[in-house]
Design a protein around this ligand. Structure first.
Ligand SMILES: [Ca+2]
Ligand SMILES: [Ca+2]
Length: 219
């Protein structure tokens, strides 16, 4: 019985260790699971202002200002580096003096996301991922690629536990967001490992049943 328990434990570990490595910062769309969704803000006319408290939804994602300020869709910048194109989300009413943190909520928790952060001049720009209960799960720092550029930043998790994301802005750094990519697919455990694990458990249960049956036959 001990050996079958060891086998089951080994199978469980084999099934989960690959996915634990997924809890990580990512800096490229290629690191997302294929089939992810993208919000590119192209369906909202340039110049649209969402007045204070600044909240709106695109599909299952709700964007809001953590400071209760206005949000605006602009089409001003097309910086190289990542992939900004067309419209993007400005965390301000349009005057560059009131840039503030943004929050985006997923209607149901996701396992991974990636954004295009436009104009990261300085270090200390972050994206913080939170659970449904408001626990900080993980943070990623946006690469400071410099004025007039854009950079990718995101997080992949071993399970679908990211409920919302909040930006942290480096003091004095203006920024915009575009191409909010997100995926609900968590690859834990891999299908092959599930089959192996199920086979191991079934075998263990069968062995236990046969032993009990033998014992009761002897008694
Ligand atoms: Ca866009
Ligand atoms: Ca900037």
């Amino acid at each position: 019985m001990k050996s079958t328990l060891t086998l089951a434990l080994a199978l469980t570990m084999a099934a989960t260790c690959g996915s634990l490595a997924r809890a990580a910062s990512i800096f490229s769309p290629g690191s997302l699971t294929p089939g992810f969704s993208t919000i590119d803000f192209e369906s909202i006319p340039t110049g649209t202002l969402f007045p204070a408290p600044g909240t709106f939804s695109v599909g299952p994602v709700t964007f809001s200002s953590t400071a209760g300020q206005a949000l605006r869709i602009t089409g001003t910048f097309a910086f190289p580096g990542a992939d900004p194109a067309g419209n993007h989300l400005s965390p301000s009413s349009g005057t560059f003096g009131d840039v503030h943190p943004l929050r985006f909520d997923f209607a149901s928790p996701v396992a991974e996301f990636l954004v295009t952060w436009i104009d990261p001049n300085f270090a200390n720009n972050f994206l913080h991922a939170y659970s449904t209960s408001g626990t900080l799960l993980e943070s990623v720092e946006v690469p400071a690629t410099g004025s007039g550029t854009s950079a990718f930043a995101g997080i992949v998790r071993p399970s679908q536990d990211i409920s919302y994301v909040v930006t942290q802005v480096a003091p004095g750094d203006l920024y915009l967001l575009d191409n909010v990519r997100y995926g609900a697919m968590a690859v834990v455990p891999e299908p092959q490992s599930v089959v192996l694990l199920a086979t191991g458990i079934a075998g263990m249960l069968g062995l236990g049943w046969r032993r009990r049956a033998k014992r009761s036959a002897k008694a």
